[in-house]
Design a protein around this ligand. Sequence first.
Ligand code: SF4
Length: 702
Amino acid sequence: MSTKTPALPSICCYCGVGCGVLVEPLPNGDVAVVGNPDYPVNLGALCSKGLNLQYTVNDRSDRLLYPQMRYSKGRPLQRVGWDEALQRTAAVFQTFIAKYGPDSVAFYASGQCLTEEYYVINKLIKGFIGSNNIDTNSRLCMSSAVVGYKMALGEDSVPGCYDDAALADCFLVAGANPAWCHPILWRRVEARKAAHPAAKLIVIDPRATDTCALADLHLQLIPGTDVVLLQALARVLIENGDVDADFLAHHAEGYEAYRALVLARPLAEAAALCGVPEEDIRLAAHYIGSAKAFLSMWTMGLNQSAVGVDKNLCLLNLHLLTGQIGKPGAGPFSLTGQPNAMGGREVGGLSNLLPAHRTLANPAHRAEVQQFWGSGPLAATPGYTATEMFEALEDGRLKAIWILCTNPVTSLPNARQAEAALAKARFVVVQEVSNRSEALAYADVVLPAAGWAEKEGTMTNSERRIGHLARATAPPGEALPDSEIICRFARAMGFPGFDFANAEAIYLEHARLTAGTSIDISGLTYSILKERGSVQWPYRAGQAAPDTARLFTDRQFHTPSKKAVLHAPPAAFRSEAPDDEFPFILTNGRIRDQWHTMTRTGKVSKLNQHSPRAYLEIHPRDAAALGVAEGGLVRVASRRGEVRVAARLSAGIRPGVVFLPIHWGKLLGSDLNRANNLTSDAVDPVSKEPDFKFCAVQVAKY
Ligand code: SF4
């Protein structure tokens, strides 16, 4: 008789597409992973990263197995028990809080955290420690989109769904390379183009990426000029009469001011500023204006910018001008980089948010949450954002930081400053799966965490789809699920409200707190999720319809007037301008087979074959002027640091622009591959998202 354990449904832990997988527990504790043919997102398909998930679980050679602690700076870490580690950490946190106040401690978490994990961290620091000092690496990724949605639509709400890709007849992809970074979603766009060749694809990107291979029109703009280009598109739409007058009259406000703004800049001037031919701008506007269903997709090229919010607002304006929102095949669709950035936003897991999209500045919302949690008063002022936390560590305002599920030494902009900040911190807790995280070098306490497939919980993907992740195998050594570690710590601090029996109990508390809000999931239980596989929020108690594919189908937005708002930001430039000393613009991004700082994908030899080393993509004309040949070593320097990598010549990048992949840190023994040695610590003034995609560098043959 077979003793085979049935495969358990789960969700891929990499990108925000959120593909369903089946995880089969094997007798030796390993797992086998295949795509879930019944999951609506991917119908069994997986990209290269998803196809190799099992290797990242089964290779435990890098795993942290037990808690470690050092008793003072300079002494080595030594193995301790969980109680000792958490009691000492609680004592240190209590001392700092008593002496310097609750804002002297902070948690820096991740869009990789499960919703239940986010929930308990947020509850702990906001409700019981009394500070809003929780931020996550989602700040580095989606915060400009969050602000854009809130300003234009009244709330952080992605209107559409993946099925819209099969219905659109005009796609605009801006600042994104979904062919590499969201591949399974991209298959849908490819399928739509194959089935309906008349559907148009416009790509806005300073590089000709693989996504451009499918494009009808590539607008290869000068980095940083997106606002000028998007406003020029708006101008042509208005001039051509390709606006939805009824939508603008009844469901939107701000049109006249935006119209005046975009008409003030002649098209020829806009074309010259953004480096895109005037006729291409006209053609793109014609494609958009004549579409029955216009769908836009964007990621970091818009978000990771010192004008990221303005870029988002101008893209959203294209949809509001044309009324292309809240209907099949149409809408603005931000593609989340991380698997659960959406879930984090839903529980309020950023320093300026409250649970269930409540507003931190609203006293009634704070009181609601306080009453629900039975906690102390919630602080009204936002906590430190990601980059602010590290600035505050460096200048001593912040005494202790707890880093979980992220690797800031590689992923934060201006990485040398992040290193300096951690070196100066009074107390650093690192809660981690892998010994490959560079933050461990600064840790006073190391807490081993369970990884993917070793714990249960939920995540929300880019299309608001909540899925359940099963526990398929036991974590190695003494590693524990992140939510259990946080709850044990909260109890060590003496706080009530953290005696959850399991992950489901945490989820149900979170779901109850959403009741009556726009993201109400009070009717959604683990049983329903397991039975149905996944659900798109909202899902109210007693909801008759299965789930909610699209928002704003009634053209009622979440603003006080119920109208969407066209904002009219002037085309500002807040990046580090190139000059004679640093004449190139550096941009950066992901490569096809790696994920973030490579702590997982870097373990898989198959994934390392696609691009084994970091490289600098440079136009052949620029390379020739520098005397650099294909594969030749170059030194790239900014005002903050340098990297030394091989040159990869490409006629697909704009002259004057160079590109580095983001993934490499100190993993290969040297940090001279690390893109963030160079990147700027400028941030968008509203979203506080860093200007990763633009800094001035010099390039020289090495
Ligand atoms: Fe995983 Fe994203 Fe690939 Fe799907 S597309 S398998 S979610 S990495």
